[in-house]
Design a protein around this ligand. Structure first.
Ligand code: PMP
Ligand code: GLU
Length: 396
């Protein structure tokens, strides 16, 4: 059928990260011995205290509509978190709780974008940024970053693409897919630039609890002017292994938060009441599980970086945070593996899936075809097996 459907909708691609993750899970369920480095999803169970609180919420009938922008207990817990972790003072009127950080980013864009406004993002970018900008009637503007600069953009890069249509930048530190972290000095320069040009900063800090080298600083905490221009994004998925519970949140100036609250009241209404109560316990309760998960991620990262750099044809930098490694595959391009020519990251990802039974995300999903992304949100045993398979197929 040839339906007269939305032209905008037709231009939106599906999420390659979610697609490959789902494909690997299905293959596994069908008995195929697949090892997945695809998932951007902690492999740990949600901590027990959080699970129990979810059950309590169900048993006690906390299963009704809540205020559209979230329950006050969770907003207060989030305000305290911002104060303690990020030295940021927010009131509950600044906080909006949504169905995951992805939803929070979408809400942020809807609140600030007018048709044709430009939003700057760095390449490699997290898959959903360009699509979310397009859905919000904005135009994604890309700045290429370099591996030798830790995949970070600078004010010089931003100035090259600045126009009178520039409305916002998306900053993601710690970064998916590169694991890079912006230093305080780098953030200061970006903040000064944003203030000077009156540009919003959407600061996606979802990986803040997963920092192995250096420290996480929220750009909003640098001064009052940049705080007013920044929409801080965070959520429960990564820090508390709660991907399926769908709770994300943002902090913004109250005028922007109000717009978002209004929009959300007509689109999704409140995020799941049960998940909200469970999140209060996640944020205010014992943080040992988060610390323990981080320790395990760090050990996996160290093993992976060393092993990848010992495999002929592959190389990578040591990421400082999150749980991803961008593996440089430029040396492989033009070679054949099992009779299949490798021209780009899709070819290599396909060979790894079909011939080595290893799932990875092709770099093109993040805008850079010279890489594949490996997630280390999987067990050490899987990591060892998976890397062994990759090594075998490359050294054959
Ligand atoms: N931002 C980044 C950089 C991510 O990698 C993810 C991945 N899940 C999200 C936001 C969204 O997370 P969620 O919607 O599960 O909270
Ligand atoms: N953010 C994760 C990733 O990049 C999960 C998938 C998604 O939300 O796109 O793999």
């Amino acid at each position: 059928m040839n339906f007269d459907v939305s032209k905008k909708g037709l231009k939106i691609s599906s999420s390659v990260t979610l697609e490959i993750t789902a494909k690997a899970k299905t293959m596994k369920a069908n008995g195929i011995d697949i090892i997945s480095f695809g998932a951007g999803e902690p492999d740990f169970n949600t901590p027990e205290n959080i699970r129990k609180e979810g059950i309590r919420a169900i048993e006690e009938g906390l299963t009704k509509y809540t205020p559209a922008s979230g329950i006050v207990q969770l907003k207060e817990a989030i305000c305290n978190k911002f104060k303690n972790d990020n030295n940021l003072d927010y009131l509950t009127e600044n906080i909006i709780i949504s169905n995951g950080a992805k939803h929070s980013i979408y809400n942020a864009l809807l609140a600030i974008i007018n048709p044709g406004d430009e939003v700057i993002i760095g390449i490699p970018y997290w898959v959903s940024y360009p699509e979310l900008i397009k859905i919000s009637d904005g135009k994604p503007i890309f700045v290429q970053t370099k591996e030798e600069n830790d995949f970070k953009f600078t004010v010089t890069d931003l100035n090259k693409v600045l126009t009178n249509k520039t409305k916002a930048i998306i900053l993601n530190s710690p970064n998916n897919p590169t694991g890079s972290i912006y230093t305080k000095e780098e953030l200061k320069q970006i903040a000064d630039w944003a203030i000077k040009n009156n540009i919003f900063v959407i600061s996606d800090e979802i990986y803040e609890k997963l920092v192995y080298d250096g420290e996480h600083i929220s750009i909003a905490s640098l001064n009052e002017n940049i705080k007013n221009l920044t929409i801080v994004i965070n959520g429960m998925s990564k820090a508390y292994s709660m991907t399926g519970w769908r709770i994300g949140y943002l902090a913004a100036h109250k005028n922007i938060a109000k717009i978002i609250s209004n929009i959300q009241s007509h689109t999704t209404s409140n995020p799941c009441s049960i998940s909200q109560y469970a999140s209060v316990v996640g944020i205010t309760g014992d943080q040992n599980n988060t610390v323990e998960m981080k320790k395990q991620f760090e050990a996996r990262r160290n093993y992976m970086v060393e092993t990848i750099n010992s495999i002929k044809g592959l190389s990578c930098k040591k990421p400082k945070g999150a749980f991803y490694i961008m593996v440089n595959i430029t040396e492989l391009k033009g070679n054949t593996i099992n009779g299949i020519r490798i021209n780009d990251s899709l070819d290599f990802a396909k060979v790894l899936l079909d011939e080595a039974k290893v799932a990875v995300i092709p770099g093109i999903g993040f805008g850079n075809d010279n890489y594949i992304r490996l997630s280390y949100a999987t067990s050490m045993e899987n990591i060892k097996n998976g890397l062994h398979r990759i090594k075998n197929i490359l050294e054959k």
